[in-house]
Design a protein around this ligand. Structure first.
Ligand SMILES: [Cu+2]
Length: 186
């Protein structure tokens, strides 16, 4: 009789233990999905040239920029020695010619410029010191519209950039799913 009771308690305990994990197994992917929805549009600060190079001469910014997807809301961070460099936001023609007598949208020279990409369009940046622009201290980017969870039409075509954002989060959800599955098995 005593043994029977102990066994009953054991089974009850195991059952509640199991149902706790079943609950978590369900909740984790759901919470992950909610997280995914709310983080798709998260903007990023992007250090131009990366941590090692920043904004300087003798670095191929065109190559650096071509591997990055820029979306509206991202902030470009230009850090440089302001005695040696500056930053001009220009149009395509001025980008090509490096002649700033016209086609200048904005001039920055603080040495730590944070440029928010407010519109889905092409942006062109150059340095006007010496021959820096001609030697490659310049780049252009194509900024795409950020997809938001709330206001994007369901059937709108998804651009590559936002797709990449979603894919990253998708892998995160898969990883969490596998993890919670392992917890349940163990
Ligand atoms: Cu320069």
């Amino acid at each position: 009789m005593q043994i029977q009771t102990k066994l009953d308690i054991d089974i009850t305990y195991k059952k509640s233990f199991k149902s706790y994990y079943n609950f978590m197994n369900l909740m984790i992917p759901i919470l992950s999905f909610i997280y995914l929805l709310f983080t798709v549009t998260k903007s990023e600060e992007i250090i131009v040239g990366g941590n090692e190079n920043r904004w300087t001469d003798g670095f191929a910014y065109v190559n650096w920029a071509k591997d990055i997807k820029f979306t509206v809301g991202d902030v470009l961070v230009f850090q440089y020695n302001k005695e040696k460099h500056d930053l001009y936001d220009v149009n395509r023609e001025t980008f090509k010619s490096c002649n700033t007598s016209n086609g200048v949208n904005a001039v920055y020279n603080s040495g730590d410029d944070h440029v928010e990409l407010k519109e889905a369009k092409e942006y062109w940046f150059i340095c006007t010191f010496e021959q820096h622009c001609q030697l490659g201290m310049k780049f252009g980017i194509n900024v795409s519209e950020a997809i938001t969870a709330t206001n994007s039409p369901v059937n709108s075509p998804i651009n590559n950039s936002s797709m990449e954002h979603i894919t990253k989060r998708f892998y995160y959800v898969i990883a969490i799913g596998i993890l919670s599955l392992l917890i349940t098995i163990l």
